[in-house]
Design a protein around this ligand. Structure first.
Ligand code: BGC
Length: 376
């Protein structure tokens, strides 16, 4: 890795903003990666919410607002479905997975015809967190997103305790700590803002506390760290989000420190971060966006040099066009499994907008912005 200067970081931030702006659909949706067949034509709530937060931090306020408007419309269209789900659940009938809300949407806010590992709850929590954070950061009225906020909150309040696929769209039989963390943050944000009715806000607050308690009791492995899901000893880099940004644990909490250390030791090799030890997707490479999550945690804890090393590594994974992929293959965990994914879906997704977004986020955390007005 060659030496990365502040100017290089600033250029990577500027490039990331350009890439995200270029690909943002006119509807407001952020595509995950238009150059990758399996993702083409879809926006994930998880990726999109982190992308919107990154753009919001870097001053691209209109871009983030357009995304939140798009989410609000998509969720308003789901209002009837949520009402039916609530009636069903409250009458004691467990809804089928296929009745639940989608993980990803087409750009016109529809579910789309391609099958996916649907039923993931984290994106709805992450969106609630991101829209509240955006409004607070730029002093915008939350009322404009009220319908979407209400639909997402009512849905999560009813179903937060249901096992579902995780950030990596795997293991729908489990309850994943990163999913619970996202829901916690989304509900706490609703509880603290004035947009919902007092009764809903109060339920959001107490349910968030129950979720936190669930993570801190059932989500802790015997070695005293937050595990990948309830009932395993395995670690997963996505659980970093339970500390920063979702705030289930404070940075100076011993459990937070132990979780971070475990992820550093088991999943980070030469600054590149794996998702989890058993990851076979494209052979199990290192994800720039996860090195940025790790760096984000270190930066907030005051370890800026460590954070900068991780940011430098993530930036160095860009190709000659400045495009950053989903993962890189310098250190595969399961190399024998790489070829089957290339045969199935082609080369690794690039540019992955979420990867660019996390570089923007960590750079802003370290005080580096694009240095020009990106608010078109
Ligand atoms: C990842 C998800 C991501 C999706 C779109 C999947 O391969 O596992 O976390 O949301 O790609 O980027």
């Amino acid at each position: 890795m060659s030496f990365i200067t502040d100017n290089d970081v600033q250029a990577a931030v500027q490039r990331g903003i350009e890439v995200i702006t270029t690909y943002q659909n006119e509807s407001g949706a952020y595509p995950a990666c238009e150059e990758f067949s399996a993702y083409r034509g879809y926006c994930w709530l998880r990726d999109g919410s982190f992308i919107a937060d990154a753009m919001s931090r870097q001053g691209a306020v209109v871009s983030a607002t357009n995304f939140h408007d798009w989410c609000n419309r998509a969720m308003a269209n789901l209002k009837g479905q949520v009402t039916e789900l609530l009636v069903k659940a409250r009458s004691g009938v467990k809804p089928a997975q296929s009745d639940m809300l989608p993980t990803r949407f087409t750009f016109d806010g529809e579910i789309g015809g391609d099958p996916w590992w649907d039923f993931q709850l984290d994106g709805y929590g992450t969106w609630l967190w991101a829209v509240h954070t955006h409004a607070a950061r730029h002093n915008l009225p939350l009322e404009q997103w009220k319908i979407g906020i209400q639909v997402a909150a009512e849905y999560l309040l009813e179903f937060w305790d249901t096992p579902c696929y995780d950030w990596w769209e795997e293991h729908d039989e489990c309850q994943h700590n990163s999913t619970l963390g996202a829901i916690y943050a989304g509900l706490k944000a609703c509880a603290a803002s004035a947009v919902l009715a007092p009764e809903l806000r109060s339920r959001a607050d107490t349910t968030a506390d129950t979720i936190r308690n669930t993570i801190l009791t059932r989500g802790v492995a015997s070695g005293n760290y937050i595990s990948k899901w309830i009932g395993t000893e395995a670690v997963d880099a996505s659980t970093l989000s339970c500390i920063v940004p979702f705030g289930v644990l404070a940075l100076d909490d011993q459990l937070a420190g132990a979780t971070l250390e475990r992820i550093e030791q088991e999943l980070c090799v030469n600054n590149g971060t794996h998702r989890f030890a058993a990851d076979v997707f494209y052979g199990g490479g290192q994800w720039p966006l996860l090195s940025c999550f790790l760096g984000w945690n270190h930066a907030r804890a005051g370890r800026r040099d460590r954070a900068r090393e991780l940011l430098n590594w993530a930036i160095s994974q860009a190709d000659e066009n400045g495009f950053v992929p989903e993962q890189v293959d310098q250190q595969l965990l399961h190399p024998a499994q790489q070829a089957e994914w290339i045969a199935k879906w082609g080369a690794v997704a690039k540019p992955l907008l979420w990867s660019h977004a996390m570089i923007l986020t960590l750079a802003s955390e370290l005080g580096i912005t694009a240095g020009k007005n990106n608010n078109q």
